[in-house]
Design a protein around this ligand. Sequence first.
Ligand code: FES
Length: 240
Amino acid sequence: MKSHFLIEQIFHSAVEGEVMIRLSSGEQLPFSAGQLWIGFHDPMADLLPTALYPAMDERGEWYLAGAIPSGWQAGGRLSIHGPIGRGFTLPRSSRRVACVSLDEGVHYLMPLMQQAVRQGAEIVFCGEHSPLRLPALIEVFSLNQREEWWQWADFIAVQGSLPAVAAFFKEIDEKFSFPSKKDGVEVMVRQPVYCAGMAECGVCALPARKGWLLACRKGVVFDYSQINWSVAGLVENQPG
Ligand code: FES
């Protein structure tokens, strides 16, 4: 889907260097947690596309967030296309959900937490710091308390940069017998998308069990078992 919008509002998110935008449109875009959208502020001004991710605030309002170029201004024209990838797939049957944020990007997981609340699941949030006020029903743990919820959860969603998620799963692998959790773990890896697939630059590539996966084609959410984590820890991309 390709759409053109005016940017209604631009403001800083809780993540350093990251900005959130609200689109001026009565139209409801089909936003879903963990999907990737590609944005150009003005085709004549932006040489490179910008990765944008659906995010939600404490009141349940949708935004797009990302490391947005400084030239983007409220009132400017924005062309976006997407969604790319399936995003997080929370099974309707899930009753014990754990959301793990390896940086301050809690707003990327907020839509998923809201969805879990609606379907009556118990939810834990795991992270060092949540800049957002989480719904009262959510129990909060720090990252080093993972034994409290890792075996308990029937669905686990993790978000962060590639080095952060690779380090997280390496520690998990060392602490737990991980294969028992293979099916219910999804991970959102924020990657730069320099060419958005137009030039096959490979900057967004993630090492898969077989070959490589391009985030600009496949999206940024994967099953844990799709990624080759021993190689992922060696890839040096900046979060997109
Ligand atoms: S961003 Fe260039 S191939 Fe994905």
